[in-house]
Design a protein around this ligand. Structure first.
Ligand SMILES: C[S@@+](CC[C@H](N)C(=O)[O-])C[C@H]1O[C@@H](n2cnc3c(N)ncnc32)[C@H](O)[C@@H]1O
Length: 208
């Protein structure tokens, strides 16, 4: 589980402007991820997305511009204030302050898809299963988990924590089916990310 101390550290990073993970725009691999989510995952048009740890919400705004509705959450008030400054008028994007581990009324089984960029990889490995449970509980049956993950990072300290395909398969386990996985060319920003990959996972228990 993510400790209270770790949560405070995120607030502090935002307060000090230490947001080196931020790419200043949607991730260049997002269109490819969305393509595979539609093609191999059966993502509906106008899907309802949930995204935890959205930061400035560049990716979530892009998803909303593609016609999806996105509830984007961050525990940092400063993150959400900054996201609202940039994307406050983006149709279909709801920017919310909150803790991803607390599922609000109406959120259970409410979403067609989860989007993740640098949230799973921001959590210590021993918090991953609880995070995934919190996301699974928000998904409708057959819902998708769409992720941009770090396969290899070069940093002096953590977070971030990388996750490779084998580790992800063990984590997603029997609850999810892997619909698609593929490598991305490393993005130049931020420089600490050396290898990235995208993946689309479907929650079991729904018609194909
Ligand atoms: C590495 S940043 C990634 C931000 C964004 N997804 C991006 O790609 O730019 C991780 C974000 O998760 C947020 N976060 C950490 N723990 C959280 C929690 N328990 N609930 C919601 N947000 C959390 C942090 O405040 C931070 O903005």
């Amino acid at each position: 589980m993510q400790s209270q101390e770790e949560k405070l550290l995120w607030q502090e990073r935002w307060h000090k402007g230490q947001t080196g993970w931020d790419q200043g725009a949607a991730h260049p691999g997002l269109p490819l991820l969305v393509l595979h989510a539609h093609r191999e995952g059966g993502l509906p048009d106008r899907a309802a997305f949930f995204s935890a740890g959205c930061g400035r919400a560049h990716n979530e705004a892009q998803l909303a511009r593609l016609g999806h509705t996105v509830r984007a959450l961050d525990l940092s008030e400063e993150a959400i204030a900054e996201a609202r400054k940039i994307y406050g008028d983006c149709q279909g994007l709801e920017l919310t302050i909150g803790d991803l581990f607390q599922i609000e009324t109406g959120e259970a089984k409410a979403y067609d898809a989860i989007f993740d960029r640098a949230m799973l990889c921001a959590l210590p490995p021993d918090a991953r299963a609880v995070y995934l449970d919190a996301m699974r509980d928000r998904l409708k049956e057959g819902g998708l988990f769409c992720a941009i993950l770090f396969r290899f990072v070069e940093t002096k300290s953590n977070p971030p924590y990388s996750i490779n395909e084998a580790e992800a398969l063990a984590l997603f386990g029997n609850d999810f089916v892997l619909c698609y996985a593929g490598s991305l060319p490393a993005t130049p920003v931020p420089a600490f990310i050396k290898e990235e990959w995208i993946s689309v996972w479907r929650l079991r228990g729904a018609p194909q």
